[in-house]
Design a protein around this ligand. Structure first.
Ligand code: UTP
Length: 290
């Protein structure tokens, strides 16, 4: 079955990027000239997704406004002849069919995904973590969809992380299949000791799940940090039918982390067709003074 639906969990509290995220969702933090979540929606659309459910919570209405029309602004842009900006602004509201639902309590990523059950129905669907921006020529979400189509199993985006960092992430037991594809048969969220580490491959930012995940999530008890962990539910899939790990191409930026937001801004600005060159010159001069 074709994957046309995506879920973007964006209801986290963003405590690692406070105070920026006291009133502003981290998914709306700006990278150059667009909020992080717009890059993520564009990646989904470029992967063939037509329907997107964004999981929000209290105080995140600004995300709904961003993907809506903005009549007063549009009239002003037209009146002042700023047609390029007008077209760009209107096109944001036409990217996809975007739906919103509130996760009423912040009980973890697994719980956030379970809020998508009635939207998803009985179809495979993509999950794009709202604070992970991935930039690359071949959209990461599309790479996972191709893996799902190839093997008919759920697929997770994986990357090797440094040895001392694996304790903050998930750790996966994998066997190499071909190219950048792996068969994952076990996983653990935030291993507590070296003995629990299955490999340095971790799930980062993206997955394509089959709808049987919802029954599993219903019976998943709170795990690491007292939260209902998506990894704990995916572990059941890995141990029973297996999951395909895709070591995707593209650079991931963690918008839930202060250094990650700075890296995203600098690197994406350097690739910007208009700002890239002057920004590079500015940086070259600046580094001489530090
Ligand atoms: P994180 O664990 O990075 O989000 O979840 P967080 O809770 O905001 O992080 P802290 O407070 O800085 O440690 C990954 C993604 O899952 C969403 C987040 O919005 C983020 O996009 N999420 C997390 C939810 O939608 N609901 C939750 O209950 C938890």
């Amino acid at each position: 079955m074709k994957v046309t639906k995506a879920v973007i969990p964006a209801a986290g509290l963003g405590t690692r990027v406070l105070p920026a995220t006291k009133a502003m969702p981290k998914e709306m933090l700006t990278i150059v000239d667009k909020p992080a979540i717009q890059y993520i929606v564009e990646e989904a659309v470029n992967s063939g997704i037509t329907d997107i459910l964004i999981i929000t919570n209290r105080g995140k209405g600004i995300m709904e406004d961003h993907f809506d029309r903005a009549p007063e602004l549009e009239v002003r842009l037209q009146q002042t002849g700023k047609t390029d900006v007008y077209d760009e602004i209107v096109s944001i509201s036409r990217l996809a069919n975007i739906f919103f639902i509130r996760q009423k309590e912040t009980k973890g990523l697994g719980h956030a995904v379970s809020c998508a059950r009635s939207f998803v129905g009985n179809e495979p669907f993509a999950v794009l973590y709202g604070d992970d921006v991935i930039i690359g020529d071949d959209p990461a979400c599309g790479q996972l969809i191709r893996a799902y189509e190839k093997y008919g199993k759920a697929a997770v985006g994986i990357k090797a992380v440094p040895e001392d960092a694996i304790y903050k992430y998930s750790s996966l037991k994998v066997e190499h299949l071909t190219d950048n594809l792996y068969n994952c048969t076990d996983m653990i969220e935030k291993p507590k000791s070296k003995e629990q580490v299955l490999s340095l491959f971790s799930i980062l930012g993206r997955c394509v799940l089959t709808p049987d995940i919802f029954d599993i999530l219903e019976h998943t008890a709170p795990g690491a940090g007292g939260e209902i962990q998506l990894t704990d539910a995916m572990k059941t899939l890995a141990q029973t039918v297996g999951i395909t790990g895709v070591d995707y191409t593209g650079k991931r930026y963690d918008m839930g982390d202060k250094l990650g937001t700075l890296q995203a801004t600098v690197e994406i600005a350097l690739r910007n067709p208009k700002l890239g060159e002057p920004f590079k010159e500015y940086l070259k001069e600046l580094v001489k003074t530090f």
